[in-house]
Ligand binder design. Sequence first.
Ligand code: NAG
Ligand code: NAG
Length: 277
Amino acid sequence: MICLFVVFLVFVVSSPCLSTQITNQKDSIFNVLHYGALGDGNTDDTHAFKAAWKEACGATKDTPTLLIPIGKTFKVQPVSFEGPCKSQSVHVKLLGTIIAPSKVGNWKWNSNDRDTWIRFYNINGLVIGGGGVIDGQGNTWWSCKSNGNCQKPSGGSGYARKITFKDIILQHVQNPVIITQQYVDNHSFGSSSPKKNKRNYGSSSAVALSDITYNNVRGTSESEEAIQLICDKNVGCTNIVLEEINITSSNGGKTHATCQNAHGTSSTCMPNVDCLH
Ligand SMILES: *[C@@H]1O[C@H](CO)[C@@H](O)[C@H](O)[C@H]1NC(C)=O
Ligand SMILES: *[C@@H]1O[C@H](CO)[C@@H](O)[C@H](O)[C@H]1NC(C)=O
């Protein structure tokens, strides 16, 4: 299982060929508006996100892309985007804004994961980005995890790799950058605070994590621990790259980073991530 956040650079094509390109890309772009989302900042758009994700994850043409368009604000309840997907890579193009319901008491939890708001689960080649905003309204915004149902390469445990978060703005999010690696054999695992989860690291069944990049991620954190890279002591996380990170505390305090068994590089990060090496 893994938790991360980042964004990915989106090339908006504005050329005379635009309409042709749209036509060509039609089969690989899954716009939440086409699945019934309103993006008025008030209506619950969760269902549309799930429906669009289901098709994106099942698509094989080009690089399937879940599109969250610009100029709209989508309110979504806790939602889990699950793989494995059919394509080797899936993009989430976040151009608009996603907000959480303002009070946790108003959240509609799925029975199994009462932990994080947006969860990516068992997806390889996931790229999240586009310059949009994720407004957690004070909540943990996302995590991704794998469990025993994880797709396993022969002879090994599960793995997740090549996940990129690029150009993302986070507002009032708890634990904005979070990677956790822990094998769980049932759905009871769950906490918005990885502090409570400092157990069982060292399981030989942990899902291998590698090639995870966060580039140009900015915003505010509700928690002082803005960056957490918590990896299994046997499996570890490799090639974690953090670049151009600037996460300040929502309340004006200092933020910091913590790592366990995380390997990779960092540059131009606030807070600094010297613990990653
Ligand atoms: C799931 O985990 C919880 C807490 O660790 C445990 O109490 C429960 O028995 C487990 N359920 C199964 C089916 O393993
Ligand atoms: C980081 O963000 C804060 C708040 O937006 C800003 O004041 C500061 O100049 C930024 N630091 C860098 C190095 O960009």
